[in-house]
Design a protein around this ligand. Structure first.
Ligand code: TXE
Length: 492
């Protein structure tokens, strides 16, 4: 029987005995068989995390010691990086080179929070009264429910696990049911470096069963979720009944604005990266190319030519530039998304096809360019989460900003121009959580990440990413207690 749930420091099977086969999206090969947890299992994990928080040593461990332990996690991840990268590539189908980059970023994230953990010793407040000592203490929130998606499975989990641990919380992690293996490996590392039993718990299984208690249970104090907008709304609504803290990262519909005076080759190359990296399964994908009308034809012709040259292939195919989509269901969704766009009037310039021949067993979808789209079309409004870029044009700076902000999301945007003043003006006016100028996609563990609008609530990474996992407590001490006389001492 598969024992792949990690609860209270022990590997366990799902109570129901159910299992799930994990298959590589690149070719359908069996990667592993894991426990398929349900509500009971998650409840058990929540209770373990609750006990570890209420009675265990972890929340009371000095913050610098917790930080040291995170630095050891980072070192262990670097040592086992190749094993982790392979596991990530097999679960997601992404190229091994991309998984290696992810693993390095994950180790950097643990390093960052390891170093930050010990720096924050609270704050003294001047109460304006010499007889008062007033201070702010930052305490852990409690039991955290961490729900992560399948596109960057361990990276998205690490953005939650590292600050949650740094702040002294205990947690239950529920990765996507499609991509569980690196989360399992992470539990091994956390145990090896000495995280106490019950602090780090892992449940696997489908969201509505294994995930839902993390947003519903009164014993969970915070739920942090990365995934789709629809699921985010369900989780926020469920969390409202117990008024738990909620952090959401729900993707985006991210404009990549290219002015005519941009450095052409760099803008073009990055427009490809923006849209097609990891086959567009990136929350910050630059899936909306917004290009100045005067260069539209030459820019888009070149984009199409280059997109046609992108090679699809499996994780270990050195000649491949990009991999498959995560599942048959997701490829069907992308297929329907493009079909609908064309029906609404988009011009299909390239792509729109599935992988054939050697690729027929995987969920490949060719890089796709949809030209001539207009505001309000479904391909402009909705996140596609596939290798699909739409093209809109503008003639003025104001129009570029208006189109860039014409979305209910607000996660990320790119601006390409050699005019530094224009770049800053546009960046200031774009309502997105990250704006890249003359670049696309880089992010830093020390810089906040998250969205405006329906892209979510809260920020991950940076100091704010730690603050999300802390409660601020004001401790006010009167060192010269006196009678206030507010209520006169009268006979009753
Ligand atoms: O994600 P879900 P799906 C977007 C992208 C994609 C769409 C749907 O547009 O096409 O979301 O993808 C867990 N209670 N993004 O359906 O459902 C689930 O098990 C608790 C953007 O695959 O959001 C998984 O662990 N948990 C994105 C996680 O939620 C629940 C990344 C994400 O799955 C749950 C992925 C419930 N009721 C998709 N229902 C990004 N922001 O990067 C599901 N889950």
């Amino acid at each position: 029987m598969s024992q792949t749930l990690f609860i209270d420091g022990r590997w366990e099977a799902a109570k129901s005995g159910a299992v799930r086969e994990i298959r590589c999206p690149a070719d359908g090969a069996l990667v592993g068989v894991v426990s398929e947890g349900g509500r009971d299992d998650t409840e058990r994990a929540i209770q373990a995390a609750r006990r570890a928080f209420d009675d265990g040593p972890w929340p009371r461990t000095p913050a610098p010691e917790r930080g040291d332990l995170l630095l050891r996690v980072a070192a262990a991840l670097r040592e086992r990086s190749e094993e982790f990268a392979r596991a990530e590539s097999l679960d997601t189908g992404k190229r091994i080179v991309e998984s290696r980059i992810d693993m390095s970023d994950i180790a950097n994230c643990f390093d960052y929070y390891g170093k930050l953990a010990g720096l924050e010793a609270g704050r003294l407040v001047d109460a304006g009264d010499a007889s008062v000592v007033s201070r702010i203490a930052y305490e852990p929130v409690g039991v955290c429910g961490l729900i992560s998606p399948w596109n960057y499975p361990l990276l998205q989990a690490a953005w939650k696990v590292a600050p949650a641990l740094a702040a002294g919380n205990t947690f239950v992690l529920k990765p996507s049911e499609l991509t569980p293996h690196t989360a399992m490996l992470l539990m091994e590392v956390l145990t090896d470096v000495g995280v106490p039993a019950g602090v780090a718990n892992l449940v696997l299984g489908p969201g509505p069963e294994a995930g839902a208690p993390l947003s519903e249970s009164p014993d969970v104090d915070l739920v942090s979720f990365t995934g789709g907008l629809h699921t985010g709304r369900v989780i926020a609504a469920a969390a409202a009944s117990t008024v738990k803290k909620v952090a959401l990262e729900l993707g985006g519909k991210n404009p990549n604005v290219v002015f005519a005076d941009a450095e052409f080759d760099a803008a073009l190359d990055n427009a490809l990266n923006a849209a097609f990296v990891h086959s567009g399964q990136v929350c910050s994908a630059g899936a909306r190319l917004v290009v100045e009308e005067s260069i539209h034809d030459v820019f888009v012709d070149e984009l199409v030519r280059r997109a046609k040259g992108i090679r699809m292939g499996g994780p270990f195919d050195d000649s491949a530039d990009t991999g498959p989509l995560i599942s048959a269901a997701h490829r069907d969704k992308v297929t329907e998304y493009v079909r609908r766009g064309v029906e609404e009037g988009a011009i299909l310039r390239c792509g729109g096809t599935w992988g054939e021949g050697d690729l027929a067993d995987g969920f490949y979808y060719a890089p796709t360019v949809l030209d001539g789209v207009r505001s309000g079309m479904s391909v402009v409004v909705d996140e596609g989460f596939g290798p699909v870029v739409t093209v809109e044009t503008f003639t003025t700076e104001d129009e570029a900003v208006r189109i860039g902000n014409d979305t209910r999301y607000g996660l990320a945007a790119g601006v390409w121009t050699q005019d530094a003043g224009k770049a800053q003006r546009v960046a200031q006016r774009l309502r997105h959580g990250t704006v890249w100028i003359n670049d696309f996609h880089p992010y830093l563990p020390q810089a906040e990440w998250g969205g405006f609008g329906e892209s979510g609530i809260g920020r991950e990474l940076g100091p704010t990413g730690l603050a999300e996992y802390q409660e601020a407590k004001h401790i006010y001490q009167n060192i010269k207690p006196q009678v206030t006389g507010w209520f006169p001492d009268r006979e009753g």
